[in-house]
Write a protein that binds this ligand. Structure first.
Ligand SMILES: C[S@@+](CC[C@H](N)C(=O)[O-])C[C@H]1O[C@@H](n2cnc3c(N)ncnc32)[C@H](O)[C@@H]1O
Length: 220
């Protein structure tokens, strides 16, 4: 048999596979597509007001340079900019960050807000650079070392997420990798931070957990 005839089915298989992949995205690229789509509506998916826990406790945060990890459309980053912080709003979604800049302009604080379009799976934080870091509704346990590395000594870290009760007790659909066991946040971040505020209430219908800590001196 002519070798060309043997090769043809393999080539066809390869081409079908290649075209099938054209519209698909994987890993971080898939996240970017998903979040860009979610943020492409005119409304702000999470609103324009900051997380109440941030608003209520902003005075506990060390003033200066701040980083908002996974800032989305910027509701929390813009609030910090309004309080006089020089904020880096980091996110993978360019669409979200454009909306963050618009919100900062509306509030008259665009000079205090810089956007950083980056993938947290690969981005390396600058060392000893921030007085405060916040991370709201984004969970990646592997990132703690980077957060510690990027904070100056005595810098503060504010975190908000949900516990596993969100799915276990309340039956909500959510990827369990992004949820925490009871008091796990306290143990996890307590290693690197002196805890100054911790809230976790098993009766909270939203199963939220809130943390603020000061980086322990000498911790790298
Ligand atoms: C639930 S939203 C939280 C937005 C914001 N912190 C807030 O509370 O309004 C999660 C954010 O994580 C961002 N994100 C997801 N994967 C990411 C990645 N690999 N790198 C950077 N940002 C990512 C999304 O684009 C989205 O803005």
């Amino acid at each position: 048999m002519n070798s060309h005839f043997i090769f043809v089915p393999y080539l066809a298989f390869f081409l079908v596979g290649l075209f099938a992949c054209q519209g698909a995205a994987f890993g971080s690229e898939a996240d970017k597509v998903k979040w860009d789509k979610k943020f492409s509506k005119e409304d702000y998916a999470y609103g324009k007001e900051p997380l109440p826990f941030l608003k209520e406790n902003v005075d506990l945060l060390k003033k200066g340079r701040a980083l908002d990890i996974a800032a989305g459309e910027g509701r929390n980053a813009v609030f910090l900019a309004q309080q006089g912080f020089a904020v880096d709003a980091l996110d993978i979604s360019a669409v979200g960050l454009v909306k963050a800049t618009s919100l900062a302009k509306v509030k008259g604080v665009e000079e205090n807000l810089k956007t950083v379009e980056a993938d947290l799976d690969t981005y390396l934080f600058p060392k000893d650079s921030y007085d405060t870091i916040i991370m709201v509704n984004f969970t990646d346990r592997k990132m703690t070392q980077q957060i510690v590395h990027a904070l100056k000594d005595g810098g503060t870290f504010l975190y908000a997420a949900r516990t596993l009760d969100f799915t276990r007790k309340r039956g909500k659909k959510f990827n369990p990798d992004y949820l925490w066991e009871t008091n796990e946040v306290l143990r996890h971040f307590g290693e690197h931070f002196t805890v100054i505020k911790y809230e976790e209430n098993p009766n909270d219908p939203q199963s939220r957990v809130f943390f603020i800590g000061i980086k322990k001196s000498g911790v790298k």
